[in-house]
Design a protein around this ligand. Structure first.
Ligand SMILES: *Cc1c(COP(=O)(O)O)cnc(C)c1O
Length: 377
């Protein structure tokens, strides 16, 4: 049996989690949370990093910070996870879906401008598989129309676009530390990156139930009170302790995943050369993090047959994302602008292979063996 995913466990997590448990502060913003914040701020080169309880919550914080209201429109791809849309729908926004590019499955930047109306407030590029969207074009469109950019970089930790870390290019970046992502904080967790100084103070307030508690702890106000809307978006320090164990080995985890990715790619390229499958494309200027290894087969029927073959061998290969615009809530809360030329078609062809820190070469060979025999090789 080969699992689709195993949460990264490097060996130090247990010690750090116990250390956090035995400290006198296990609620939010303890010693491990502070260590993680500093690591992200230095490593990604951003103004402010705030751990959150999930990427979903980091996106919700961004929507609150941007004062998204009923009637506002938010542009995003339809080929993404539900949280990208929900964060804005919760504030009353209408989602305007735009088609993806067939090469990267990222939002097609050439089709964004056509979706902009007087109601548009935000563009949300999703860096699918940790491969960057065409950010120069997206930022240029946003600045011309006075729009905000929230990067859904849930899958993009350690990836970059023209030398800049993903999540640090738009006004906000949201990351996930769910157990299926490259780095995890005890199963669930996230991070909000704030790149515009003017949002920092309010972000700390919204994250702390609408109170100015962080300012109080820093001695900047003499009592703390309810000053704004907010919720509880900060994780326990035990979560941050687990994450710290992962972050200390961030480069090792990244290299290990990239090796698996390259090995899958090399092993399967002859099938691409012979016209059976299409392998993923990483555009120039993008450095990826091997968040996933996917490839595309002929059509839905072929994919169903291939996934059955994997199932028989007890291999965790999967597909994902039924396009949001065709889901019941997507129909209710959104609309597709332009023609769905690639979103549905490409989504039906996609297969994801097992990928995690520590995947062995024997396991990769077994996985590739199933694909080769499926195509009669
Ligand atoms: C995983 C993921 C999310 C949600 O992350 P959580 O931490 O589980 O809330 C959002 N967007 C994308 C693109 C994701 O892959």
């Amino acid at each position: 049996m080969i699992h689709f995913n195993k949460p990264p466990l490097t060996g130090n997590e247990e010690r750090y989690v116990l250390e956090a448990m035995k400290s006198s502060k296990i609620s939010g913003d303890g010693a491990f949370t502070k260590r993680c914040h500093k690591w992200f701020e230095e490593r990604l080169g951003c103004k402010k990093a705030l751990l959150t309880t999930s990427c979903t919550h980091a996106l919700e914080m961004a929507a609150l910070l941007l004062d998204i209201k009923e009637g506002d429109e938010v542009i995003m791809p339809s080929y993404t996870f539900v949280s990208t849309a929900n964060a804005f729908v919760l504030r009353g926004a209408t989602i305007v879906f735009v088609d993806v590019r067939p090469d990267t499955l990222n939002i097609d930047e050439t089709k964004i401008e056509d979706a902009v109306t007087t109601k548009t407030k935000v563009i949300v590029p999703v860096h699918y598989a940790g491969v960057a969207c065409e950010m120069d074009t997206i930022m240029e469109i946003a600045s011309r129309h006075n729009l905000f950019v929230v990067e859904d970089a849930a899958q993009g930790m350690m990836s970059s676009y023209k030398g800049k870390a993903l999540g640090t290019i738009g006004h906000f970046g949201a990351f996930s530390f769910h157990e299926t992502k490259n780095y995890t904080s005890a199963g669930e967790g996230g991070l909000l990156i704030i790149n515009d100084e003017k949002f920092v103070q309010r972000a700390e307030i919204i994250r702390e139930k609408g109170t100015n508690r962080s300012l109080f702890f820093r001695g900047m106000v003499d009592k703390y009170s309810w000053v704004d809307v907010g919720s509880s978006y900060l994780p326990s320090d035990i979560s941050a302790a687990y994450l710290w164990g992962n972050l200390e080995c961030a480069d090792e985890i990244n290299e290990n995943r990239l090796n698996s990715w390259k090995s899958y790619y090399e092993n399967l390229s002859f099938l691409q050369d012979e016209g059976f499958i299409e392998l993923p494309i990483v555009p120039d200027g993008c450095i990826q993090n091997a968040h996933m290894f996917y490839f595309k087969v002929k059509d839905l029927e072929e994919r169903t047959a291939l996934l059955d073959a994997f199932k028989k061998e007890e291999i965790g290969a999967v597909f994902h994302y039924v396009p949001l615009h065709s889901a019941p809530a997507g129909i209710k809360y959104g609309r597709f602008n332009g023609v769905d030329e690639f979103t549905t078609k490409e989504s039906e062809r996609l297969v994801r292979l097992p990928m995690y820190f520590g995947l062995s070469s024997d396991e990769r060979d077994t996985v590739c063996g199933v694909i080769k025999s499926f195509y009669g090789k």
